[in-house]
Every structure is written in C-alpha cells, then in structure tokens.
Design a protein around this ligand. Structure first.
Ligand SMILES: [Zn+2]
Length: 73
C-alpha cells in the first residue's frame, strides 16, 4: 500500500494512521466560502506532529479506496 508522508515532520505511514478532514470542517477553519465547482479538498492530519496538510491528488483515489473498504466491513 502506498504511504503518506508528512511534509512538516517527515513522518511516513499508512493512510489509515492519518486523520482525514473534509470540506465541511474546512469551511469553518478558513472562514471563507469556497466556490461550488471547486474540487473538494481533503486535509490530512499527521498522527505524529498533529499538523494538517492538503492531500495531493495522487492520494485521492487511495482515500476513495479506503472509504470503500470501510463501507464493506
Ligand atoms: Zn507530521
């Protein structure tokens, strides 16, 4: 499985170790309105240093795959 690496502390781990924050939370965090047509951003929170960073596009399909797997359990 492809791993996610934190750009701040360099921690690298399986995607399931990280916390994913979706659009609804971002609205509150940024205090700004995002256009409807904008691709939904996903923020990943590092389990080690606790900092959040935007998920790179190559990981998005991986997250979708994880969500599907969780649904099937
Ligand atoms: Zn980190």
């Amino acid at each position: 499985m492809k791993k996610i690496k934190c750009p701040y502390c360099g921690y690298e781990g399986d995607p399931k170790e990280f916390t994913f924050i979706y659009e609804s939370v971002l609205y509150l965090a940024d205090h700004e309105v995002l256009p409807e047509e904008r691709e939904r951003p996903i923020v990943v929170v590092c389990p080690k240093c606790g900092r959040g960073f935007f998920l790179e596009s190559p990981y998005k399909k991986l997250v979708e795959k994880i969500k599907t797997e969780d649904y099937e359990k």
